[in-house]
Design a protein around this ligand. Structure first.
Ligand code: SF4
Length: 259
């Protein structure tokens, strides 16, 4: 895996967003070495002159200075176009430095697919309002290898949830991307319901995932693809998911569907 690291300096680091339920995003990284094949952030490559998505990571190295002494009102989400705990973070520690300097009164959500997040528990504990989101989906070995090859395994993510729970940190489980036949939502809920304070559920966004992902899905999991492309079968699948969520009586912020 050869990914170019581009170090830049940004003018600002809290970016206002129209994302539902979020006031600002913090993207000290743009690009991600987890290389999920469905990554919705790939659209960003059009606005950057760095080459194809997945071949570069931009690290805004002055981000720790930019957050220092700055308070923003409203909820802040880290991050929308990268994973703050991707592999490059092990060496660069940019996320850690940003958290060290960030105002502890900021209402912060940090989301990841990596067990590296456990490194920063000491910092999370300083925030008055913080929640950690773990993406969980329980992909099979084949689906994981094809679609999320470099992020932590499902088992490791469950261990992360357990550790965070032990530390009393508020947790949400982001069950995503839900793909018929590949994600057993009931099983995932049962594995996490004693750990997560609440849930987001999100159906796969085929348009956002891109043509290459769709081609692989169609070839390797044709039944899943057929359900996603058939309006009637998809609606039935969606109803089933909503029924499961209701039956399991977990706190949910909804089942998101991308049109
Ligand atoms: S972890 Fe998130 S940002 Fe990183 S490649 Fe996967 S979907 Fe994209």
């Amino acid at each position: 895996m050869k990914i170019k690291l581009i170090k830049t300096k940004a003018k600002a680091i809290f970016t206002k967003t129209r994302l539902q339920g979020v006031s600002y995003v913090v993207n000290h990284y743009v690009g991600c070495d987890h290389l999920c094949s469905y990554c919705y952030a790939r659209f960003i490559a059009k606005w950057k002159n760095y080459g194809e998505w997945g071949t570069w990571i931009e690290a805004k190295i002055n981000a720790p200075e930019l957050v220092k002494g700055k308070y923003v009102k409203g909820s802040v989400w880290m991050s929308s176009v990268s994973d703050p705990y991707q592999h490059v973070e092990r060496k660069l520690k940019l996320t850690r430095k940003v958290l060290e300097n960030m105002d502890k009164n900021i209402d912060l959500a940090v989301q990841t697919k990596s067990d590296l997040i456990l490194r920063d528990i000491d910092l999370f504990k300083k925030f008055k309002n913080i929640e950690i989101g773990l993406t969980v989906n329980g992909f099979s070995r084949k689906a994981k290898k094809l679609f999320e090859p470099y992020s932590s395994t499902h088992e490791k993510r469950l261990e992360v949830l357990k550790s965070l729970k032990k530390q009393g940190i508020r947790i949400y489980a982001f069950v995503s991307p839900i793909i018929p036949g590949l994600v057993d939502v009931e099983k995932v809920i049962n594995e996490t319901k004693d750990l997560a304070d609440y849930y987001f559920f999100e159906m796969i966004n085929l348009r956002g995932a891109g043509k290459e992902f769709v081609a692989v899905l169609k070839k390797e999991f044709p039944d899943s693809y057929e359900i996603l492309k058939d309006k009637e079968r998809f609606n039935k699948f969606l109803m089933d998911i909503k029924q499961i969520v209701k039956k399991e009586k977990v706190k949910s912020r909804g089942v998101f569907v991308h049109n």
